[in-house]
Design a binder for this molecule. Sequence first.
Ligand code: ZN
Ligand code: ZN
Length: 269
Amino acid sequence: MLKTNWHTHTKRCGHAKGTDEEYVLEAIAAGVKTLGFSDHACYKEPDPGLRMNYDQYDDYKQSILALKEKYKDQINIYLGMEVEYYPDQWEDLSRYRKELDYCILGQHKLSFHGKSVYRVDCEEDFRSYVDMVELACDRGLCDYIAHPDVLMFRYPVVDGTAIETAERLADISNRYQMPVELNCGSGVIYGKHQFDDCIRYGYPVRQFFEVFAKKKCPVIIGLDIHDPKNFRTDIYIDRALSVIEGLGCNIIDDYDLPAAAAERKKLFR
Ligand SMILES: [Zn+2]
Ligand SMILES: [Zn+2]
């Protein structure tokens, strides 16, 4: 099991199980030393089943902070969020950025009311996804890029567009010293399936990490955990690691994310 996990959800998002305390207890039992909560950011417009409601934010904060105090002798808990780059939600994003220990970028749509990243089908979609990642990094919104290759979840082939996307993401990662995540969530949990060119997990995608390895991008393993019981198993970590086997990725497991976040917050605009 990992000693550090920055990518943890709570049942407030509508698609996760368990109580906040169960996540903490299971993490402690699994030997996790540093646990970051990063539930899906809420915006004024509700998005049931995908993110907590706007009025649950205070409860989220209070609950995690209370657990941080309660278990401080056993585990280091940090309070973060998984945000998207949505310029029209900047007021709330700014607030989260200021109030929380860190933010990870998990871009799930191409714009607030736009296409889901799980349904991208053309070069233009890929380009606008990377543009948003770049803007999020440039404006200092986030501290790591969660599932950078999420676009490949249903995309039929690892083609030139995909590789070009990986190259651009790698350059962004290096320019902003922004780690990219090897995600152990849905992509591997659902198992491998047949695409037009190969059998693979939805994500992570080996060819993306080939580029990340070649360009020596910092990589962080993230559980993207939605069920406290998953702290008990290494099966999803092993699946994700099998994707990048032999690539020599620059995995950083001692990264001080809150310290990096504190620096980036000074640049936030
Ligand atoms: Zn989720
Ligand atoms: Zn997540």
